[in-house]
Design a protein around this ligand. Structure first.
Ligand SMILES: Nc1ncnc2c1ncn2[C@@H]1O[C@H](COP(=O)(O)OP(=O)(O)OP(=O)(O)O)[C@@H](O)[C@H]1O
Length: 663
């Protein structure tokens, strides 16, 4: 061919300055773009072979070679794909790719944050100019009689094309790295970038350093492969061993058949664990995983892991890596993965995703919403299935996974519906019960729909509801737990932050169930009945106790109730109506806990206890104010945390009381 010069047609200003100072924080994406172009070229060549339009050499092995030349400050990307003729370079590179890149930049040049975009697909070949002053293409097309072509452009608007000397079908793209991007002319940096984007590319990728000395390795002779280049045979007569020195075998940077592309039946438990360690660098074993594998109505493969998290110390943010045909796109794309699944770690590969559009468009994309729905459904199916068929195993995970499941139920009604019988409650004996089992144990029945004749949801009277008692802090509420156990009653442990909102959701859904914290009130079983004949005297006693206590703790609004408790060990306790507690929890969640919403605690005094009796009988004693304050604080302690001042007072007073023992 005769040498040809030309200029890239642009309407107004030059796009290259824009490309160079392109706002991506990740200039490194050119690696992904060039390697994906090479992969596409290889796929096309294989297709031509399958269609009988070309026949691949017997020993054909698809590969992409990346060569870094630190002296020349250049990078070469070579693929053995279908190659391009001079006309095709003209068409694909100087026309289509160029106008594609121009359009792309036009669209995004005003967007300053990365958040506005997803995936950055689309800039393509011209992304090379983000890091290079000059780019060369050497290509030989698969077509019969094709001659090789050499194209060069120095990042201006001019290019030159002439006959080249590329041997072997395929394409080499050479980048002469600009001074601002010299980091990419370093083999360690480039290895890192390839691993970031191309870890699971479907073609093997080899990285070499120009001018590097040949490396060797010694292996047992019986390990020798046909492809090995033998340098020397080593015989150890004494040991009777035969070894061979070979040129060090190449190791591909990409795993071309990542686990998610395999059928679940072909993967062992250890495969899943190893993949998890490798991809997420998390050496804590995952709890379990879900392998997604779907062809219809859209293509989606992936593996989602439930990580073992320590909710107290670890942050709950997971990582979901998104791929398009094994090419890494981005982490944690909220639009594709339902928010409550963001605690998981996993990979999702979806070739059908429209990745070159902005995030705001994704939010309203029906297809993207369907993917999110599908993922959510699969997770629910897996959990519900496990709860049904492997209950023991599921129970073991429950403490770990329950906050996430509850969050999911609050966020997504469909998920909540599917999880209905997979929600567990741990009781005081560390047994796990479903809601149904809990309600039945309390003599009730779960009724989901309580619609009246007019179709409206009926209000169910409290008396007709089954109450499930719960403990939110086993240590703090131990006094109540003991009382409960003594009465032969049971309660469930709900100690996650999310539980308050979650039980409210359950009560809305199941109108015949209500939840009450164990210290929300006194159950009838806890107190002795007061006979008619003693009522008057008892009321008097109550009134006088109230007066003494209110004075002692200096709070004339303090709500006090005197009861005869069956448990003689309990002198005082605090109760707070469930509605008031939920209101307080809600206020706390909205950061408004400073606001006084009324709904005070009630101090219960046990008229059967000797200390309370002492107060009644010795109202004028000097010890009475101290006893009252102490009883009040003790009741408070097992109810909520004391403030620092209250705690200081309590400790000081306790010491004073002990001093009395020494006298
Ligand atoms: N290594 C290559 N081998 C063969 N053809 C190539 C190669 N690189 C680029 N091309 C041709 O140039 C065209 C333009 O490439 P470019 O990377 O700019 O866009 P694209 O790959 O079509 O789309 P995108 O990168 O946005 O997904 C490609 O469609 C392809 O026909």
């Amino acid at each position: 061919m005769s040498a040809k010069k030309g200029s890239l047609k642009i309407s107004s200003e030059n796009i290259f300055p824009i490309i160079k100072k392109w706002v991506y924080s990740d200039h490194d994406i050119f690696v992904r773009e060039l390697i994906s172009n090479g992969t596409d070229a290889i796929t096309k060549l294989k297709k031509l072979d399958m269609m009988g339009e070309y026949s691949l050499p017997e020993d054909y092995k698809a590969r992409i070679d990346v060569e870094v030349n630190t002296e020349e400050k250049s990078l070469k990307f070579t693929d053995n794909g279908l190659g391009m003729t001079a006309d095709e370079v003209e068409e694909f590179i100087t026309q289509i790719a160029f106008s594609g890149a121009t359009q792309f930049l036009e669209k995004y040049k005003d967007k300053t944050t990365e958040d506005d975009m997803i995936g950055h697909f689309g800039l393509g070949f011209y992304s090379a100019f983000m890091v290079a002053d000059e780019v060369q293409i050497d290509s030989l097309s698969y077509k019969e009689g094709a001659t090789s072509v050499h194209w060069v452009s120095d990042g201006g608007t001019e290019y030159e094309m002439s006959e080249g000397n590329k041997e072997g079908v395929g394409t080499t793209i050479t980048l002469f790295i600009n001074d601002d991007s010299l980091e990419f002319a370093n083999e360690y940096r480039i290895r890192e970038v390839i691993q970031k984007y191309c870890d699971f590319m479907p073609v093997e990728i080899f990285l070499t350093k120009a001018g590097a000395e040949t490396e060797y390795e010694t292996i047992d002779k019986d390990q020798l492969l046909d492809s090995d280049e033998v340098v020397e045979e080593i015989k150890d007569e004494e040991k009777g061993e035969e070894k061979v020195k070979i040129v060090k075998r190449e190791v591909s940077l990409s795993d071309t058949t990542p686990l998610w592309t395999k059928h679940p039946n072909e993967c062992s438990e250890e495969d899943y664990r190893e993949f998890y360690r490798k991809v997420f660098l998390d050496y804590k074993e995952p709890l379990f995983w879900i392998h997604l594998n779907m062809d219809y109505p859209f293509n989606l493969k992936g593996i989602l892991y439930f990580p073992r998290v320590n909710t107290e110390y670890d942050n709950l943010e997971g990582v979901i890596k998104l791929y398009n045909n094994q090419v890494f796109i981005a982490d944690n794309i909220k639009e594709v993965i339902p928010e409550y699944l963001m605690v998981l770690k996993g990979v999702i590969d979806c070739p059908d995703l429209p990745l070159n559009v902005s995030r705001s468009a994704l939010q309203n994309d029906g297809f993207v919403n369907k993917i999110a729905e599908y993922i959510s459904k699969k997770v629910a199916d897996k959990l519900a299935g496990m709860a049904k068929t492997k209950r023991d195993e599921y129970e073991k995970y429950w403490d770990n996974i329950n906050p996430f499941i509850k969050f999911g139920c609050l966020k997504d009604e469909k998920f909540a519906d599917k999880m209905k019988s997979a929600i567990l409650f741990k009781n005081l004996e560390d047994k796990y019960l479903t809601l149904e089992e809990c309600v039945e144990a309390n003599g009730g029945k779960v009724v989901e729909e309580t619609k009246g004749e007019d179709g409206e949801n009926e209000v169910v009277e409290d008396e007709l509801k089954t109450t499930i008692y719960y403990v939110s802090d086993v240590q703090q509420q131990s006094q109540y737990v003991k009382m409960f156990k003594n009465q032969g009653k049971d309660a469930v442990i709900l100690d996650a932050n999310i539980d308050s909102a979650f039980i409210t959701l359950l009560e809305q859904k199941y109108k015949t169930v209500r939840f009450q914290r164990i210290d929300a009130g006194l159950t009838d079983d806890a107190k002795e009945e007061i006979g008619e004949e003693e009522k008057e005297a008892f009321d008097k006693l109550s009134a006088s106790l109230m007066e003494v206590f209110r004075k002692a703790v200096d709070n004339d609004k303090l709500d006090i109730k005197v009861e005869k408790l069956k448990d003689a060990d309990v002198a005082s306790m605090m109760v707070l109506a469930e509605e008031s507690r939920r209101m307080q929890d809600m206020m706390k969640a909205y950061g408004m806990d400073q606001m006084d919403m009324g709904g005070q605690e009630t101090l219960i005094l046990n008229a059967n206890h000797p200390l309370v009796k002492f107060v009644v009988e010795h109202k004028r004693s000097k010890s009475v104010p101290v006893i009252c304050k102490q009883l009040y604080d003790l009741a408070m302690l097992s109810h909520k945390r004391l403030s620092p001042e209250e705690m200081t007072d309590f400790v000081k007073r306790s010491n004073e009381i002990m001093l009395l023992l020494t006298k």
